[in-house]
Ligand binder design. Structure first.
Ligand SMILES: [Fe+2]
Length: 365
């Protein structure tokens, strides 16, 4: 099954023509545009994922970013560990491989759900923590005063990469713009005000968080780079990776291998969106596993003498730390709204990070 691709261009043109005023855009929505927005929210609800085309995010931009990150991940471990910031919960700088624990290994409720799945849709069983590196880079402005300072700390720049800041910031900002457009369209589709989500994203701790997986060491079929999990943020966006391997689970439980067409971006629903819609749109479950298609891409890369690091250009778009997560608008009346009590987004993130092992155990007590 191939996921449909939504072209954001008509919506973006509408925003430009209405001088960015939310009220103007809402008034100008013709039935066709409203249908497109409904389509966005429907796909997010049913699949937890959405493929989009955004003319502002080019293949050349994605390539420039992937080239730089391949060069970085190929550096020796001693070099990369200079960018490690454990005392900041790894929310900036590098996270070494073997640290992030897939939720399915520690969450008993999730383990029960997995056992109940038909075999062909069950996720791969990780042997332990994820064997992937990750680099966290903050994108966009942060609030001048916040109750969650530690999540909003200074960026880390590796030595010998003069292009680092510009490459990270420009690709990060472009992907955030794409997320914002989707967030507006989804809000309209969910019958919420157009800025229902984007107003909460304002000055959020958005993170560009590319992962690096060493296919030379771990490129055997069936190896799990990211065990079955959901993302704790609002929406996640990725540029196309040079090596396939992402599987997602549709709401109906079906497992689907994602094929991102050239020039497209992939968006996934996170737990904060689930909270804001009282579970009308669930956080999308996913995993990254070496498949036969990954092996084909590895063989081709070897023939062409290209890097064998699988880089994902992942950006976690977040709700602002000081904003309150709670079911919005009509979702507040949902029969299961009580499952999603009001909580500061920053506190929610800290709790989730503690579960997946990224927050120092000592600080919890
Ligand atoms: Fe993820």
């Amino acid at each position: 099954m191939d996921l449909p691709v939504i072209d954001l261009s008509p919506y973006l043109e509408l925003s430009v023509n209405s001088s960015g005023s939310p009220a103007n855009v809402e008034n100008q929505l013709d039935p066709q545009m409203k249908d497109l927005c409904s389509e966005v929210s429907r796909i997010l609800r049913e699949t937890g994922a959405l493929l989009v085309k955004d003319p502002r995010c080019s293949t050349a931009d994605n390539d420039r970013f992937l080239d730089m990150m391949e060069k970085y991940f190929e550096k020796p471990n001693e070099f990369k560990l200079l960018q490690e910031r454990p005392h900041l919960h790894y929310q900036v700088g590098v996270t070494p491989e073997g640290l992030e624990v897939p939720r399915s290994l520690v969450d008993e409720e999730m383990q029960q759900q997995l056992k109940a799945m038909p075999e062909e849709h069950q996720p791969a069983t990780p042997a332990g923590p994820d064997p992937k590196w990750r680099f966290m880079w903050r994108v966009g402005p942060r609030p001048s005063s916040t109750c969650f300072k530690e999540l909003n700390s200074d960026p880390v720049i590796p030595e010998g990469f003069p292009e680092w800041k510009e490459t990270m910031d420009s690709w990060g900002c472009k992907m955030i713009s794409a997320v914002e457009a989707v967030a507006e369209m989804a809000a309209i589709g969910f019958e919420l005000p157009r800025d229902a989500f984007t107003s909460l994203m304002y000055q959020g701790p958005h993170l560009l968080a590319p992962t690096g997986s060493d296919l030379r060491r771990y490129g055997q079929e069936g190896n799990v780079f990211a065990g079955y999990h959901y993302d704790l943020n609002f929406l996640t966006i990725h540029g196309k990776s040079r090596f396939p391997g992402l599987n997602i689970w549709l709401r109906n439980g079906q497992k689907v291998e994602v094929k991102v067409p050239v020039g497209c971006l992939l968006i996934q629903t996170g737990k904060q969106l689930e909270w804001l819609t009282a579970g009308d749109c669930l956080a999308g479950m996913h995993e990254v596993v070496v498949s036969n298609r990954t092996i084909e891409a590895i063989t081709l890369a070897q023939q062409q003498n290209r890097s064998l690091w699988r880089v994902s250009s992942t950006l976690f778009a977040q709700i602002a730390s000081d904003a309150v997560l709670k079911p919005l608008g009509r979702f507040a009346d949902s029969s299961i709204a009580g499952k999603y009590p009001p909580i500061c987004a920053g506190e929610f993130v800290e709790k989730e990070l503690a579960v997946i092992n990224l927050k120092g155990k000592k600080e919890e007590h």
